[in-house]
Design a protein around this ligand. Structure first.
Ligand SMILES: [Zn+2]
Length: 525
């Protein structure tokens, strides 16, 4: 959306300012920075730079001519992303020009360096393993300047199907191949439903009574399951424990869910990744009673995937999968894959997907949902104005794109807000109708992400799914000591970081202070 706005502005503003004599005055006031990128006025008044007016003004210089632009009302210009966006996510009003790290010399006609070495931007040679390892080694940092999957000299190689075999490795060149060589008609059609952010009274009724009622069963007679990516603030951990008892999957979405969005992809260090994700796993384990080995998945806030650093953390800690990477719209859609080899689809937008190989770590990519001419990774980021009947048709059409082609799992990714308020009612009805239709079908299964991965590791034809033991967990009862309590403790806790008091609900002992990064057990110092 923001990209479209700025492109529109470009055409409108360029043509209008060409026609007016105004440009001469601009040229006098605003210096020309001719690098093909938008920039801010370096002579602007320092004290006003964070104002909406000044931060919404930006310039482009083409052949000594300076063209002025202005974001739509209320928006500010993000110099790094080169787009207009909401104030809350623009964190660089005081940066005048886009900061770009110089690039290494990768594609020269004659090799500059010896085998095993690669050239910095100035032609000096360093060992290739120092490139794109997250630490600057060239004098100008150019070894870290071009590190996507196409240009990292240590990037994961393209899929090699002969050396990549299940259960621990799965890849195909374009990502659309069915695992186990099954025919599409033999594949159980999986649907995954996920929710992000806090679990609490705001959404409890939705989860318990409307979306996952005890009566909604898969073809094997076990209840349908979802995956919940939990962030810490406002989460009720007694309810988390109950969800886990019911067979839903509990996964992590960070402790702080902090902004700005770009922080996760560009600034977060490996230590930050540990603090946020392993920290949240610890909180869920301690206060939600979920076993550590049952916490397997990560989704990054804002889907702002964290390049290799995120996956280094995941490998060290032992997370099994990430589900933060949106794939471009594709028909047929993309199957999940492991990160042993190069990812089979483009990294969407300005996201920072991993470039290195991370053997055995699964990626559950977000195939986008299409709604008329729109497409979106999270259902709630598509336009809200569709009627109940239109939405039902939209869900059925998206289902068809999976079911009638390669039967890649259909992921439906939500925030609870989509089900709330005035438009939430028709959304809820449409989705309930869709779910009821799906539950009737003998070859459609609504499973959580971990159940999906277990099937991927052991592809089993639909005809044998009735006895697929990994999905028959409802036969087991939850041991008494793991069952959530009926009356949780209400812990009234001070949070130094938030400078507030917070209530935290748990079946476990109350901590001394509100848990937060670097103090996930809430100890008082
Ligand atoms: Zn979130």
């Amino acid at each position: 959306m923001a990209v479209i706005i700025s492109l529109l502005l470009l055409t409108v503003a360029v043509s209008s300012s060409l026609a007016t004599p105004q440009r001469q005055t601009y040229r006098a006031k605003i210096p020309c920075i001719d690098n093909g990128r938008f920039y801010r006025n370096p002579n602007s008044e320092k004290s006003l730079r964070w104002s909406k007016k000044i931060c919404g003004e930006y310039y482009l210089c083409i052949e000594e001519e300076v063209f002025p632009f202005r974001c739509s009302t209320g928006l500010m210009f993000d110099i790094q992303r080169q787009i207009c966006d909401r104030k809350a996510v623009v964190d660089n009003c005081d940066v005048m020009t886009e900061v770009t790290t110089p690039r290494p010399l990768l594609n020269t006609d004659e090799p500059i360096c010896r085998t095993g070495e690669t050239a910095c931007s100035d032609g000096s040679c360093l060992p290739t393993e120092l490139f794109c390892d997250g630490f600057a080694d060239c004098f100008d940092g150019s070894d870290e300047g071009w590190c996507d999957a196409e240009h990292d000299p240590n990037a994961a190689p393209a899929c090699d199907m002969y050396n990549c075999t299940l259960p621990d490795c799965f890849c195909s060149s374009d990502g659309t191949l069915i695992p186990g060589g099954l025919n599409p008609s033999d594949v159980p059609q999986m649907i995954t439903i996920t929710f992000d952010d806090a679990v609490n009274d705001e959404n409890w009724d939705l989860y318990q009574n409307r979306l996952f009622p005890k009566t909604a069963l898969n073809p094997n007679g076990c209840p349908i399951h979802g995956t919940f990516f939990i962030s810490h603030q406002y989460t009720n951990y007694a309810q988390v424990q109950k969800l886990s008892n019911q067979g839903h999957e509990i996964a992590v979405h960070s402790i702080t869910h902090r902004g700005p969005e770009r922080w996760w992809g560009t600034n977060a260090t490996i230590e930050d990744w540990f603090d946020e994700m392993v920290g949240q796993a610890n909180i869920i384990n301690r206060f939600g009673g979920v076993d550590m080995e049952d916490i397997r998945g990560v989704r990054v806030p804002f889907l702002s995937v964290g390049w290799n650093r995120q996956f280094l953390m995941m490998r060290e800690f032992g997370f099994v999968y990430d589900s933060s990477m949106a794939a471009p719209v594709s028909d047929p859609p993309i199957w999940p894959y492991t990160l042993d080899y190069k990812m089979p689809h483009k990294c969407l937008g300005d996201r920072r997907c991993p470039s290195r190989s991370f053997p055995g770590i699964w990626e559950l990519p977000l195939n986008q949902i299409t709604m008329e001419e729109f497409s979106c990774a999270m259902v709630d980021s598509c336009p809200p104005y569709f009627s109940e009947n239109e939405l039902y048709e939209i869900f059925m059409n998206n289902f068809g794109r999976h079911y009638n082609t390669n039967r890649a799992p259909l992921g439906l990714y939500f925030h609870t807000l989509w089900f709330k308020g005035e438009s939430g009612r028709k959304n809820r009805r449409a989705f309930r109708r869709f779910l009821d239709e799906m539950i009737k079908r003998p070859d459609v299964w609504i499973v959580n992400n971990w159940e999906l991965i277990q099937w991927m590791r052991e592809p089993t034809p639909q005809s044998e799914m009735g006895s697929f033991s990994k999905w028959s967990t409802c036969a087991e009862t939850v041991p008494l000591e793991k069952q959530a309590c009926n009356i949780p403790r209400v812990c009234k806790l001070k949070s130094r970081e938030l400078r507030k008091e917070r209530y935290m609900y748990t079946c476990m002992e109350c901590p001394q202070t509100y848990p937060w990064i670097k103090n996930e057990f809430g100890l008082e110092f």
